[in-house]
Design a protein around this ligand. Sequence first.
Ligand SMILES: Nc1ncnc2c1ncn2[C@@H]1O[C@H](COP(=O)(O)OP(=O)(O)OP(=O)(O)O)[C@@H](O)[C@H]1O
Length: 238
Amino acid sequence: MSALTLESVSVSRGAGPVISDVTLTVESGSVTALVGPNGAGKTSLLESISGVIGTSAGSINLDGKPIGKLSRVRRARAGIVHIEQGRAVFPSLTVLENLRLTARSQREVDEAIALFPELEKRIASATGLLSGGEQQMVVLARAFASKPRFLLIDEMSLGLAPVVFMRLLPIVDRLRENGVGVLLVEQFTHLALSIARDALVVASGRVTYQGPAAELQNSPEILRHAYLGTPPPPRETA
Ligand SMILES: Nc1ncnc2c1ncn2[C@@H]1O[C@H](COP(=O)(O)OP(=O)(O)OP(=O)(O)O)[C@@H](O)[C@H]1O
């Protein structure tokens, strides 16, 4: 079992700390939802994992080996792929050309198309002509074509209606079934929790909940306290 682990990670930017003391394990073939209020530090945490920004304390490990000092490119080569906010496609290139940009071989392109049959009929279209949801699908397919071991997805739903975003969730689940470990930052909390096994809530840079996604999904009170950063209600005993 492959794992991406963070041990007591802290991140500072600008005026001071934005992430404090986060410990987390994402296993291959699992989805972890990372949720929390605006400005909580979710994007900063993803950026520190992929190497966009540095950490101020703690360690980031891939299968037990520290990767926190590696460049962004080397982390990507090791299999940590970060889908940043916004739809980063080349709109004037066709879907196929966008896939070829990250795939290392035609086989990887074919595998991506096989996993995303929805894109097959649009393969020769300019990507900019696709709907927002379809373009996000191209982003996911392109990420898959780059053979990720761990995928960090930052607000894939940005600019999409919930109903469109809901159509992308089974695709994330398909990636998971293919062994990818997914860390999913999402503003549509309940939709993210619905496909996640584990959940992490951060508020003001600190972890306020860590546990099964189903528990958060089923307990609005626990979720509310986690977002507010206040102590959770006592667990009911049988
Ligand atoms: N480039 C930057 N320079 C300085 N401070 C930044 C920068 N980017 C973000 N911050 C600050 O870091 C804190 C965490 O921001 P971050 O974007 O990580 O939160 P977030 O949980 O992803 O928020 P949102 O859900 O609104 O996207 C905020 O206080 C933000 O103002």
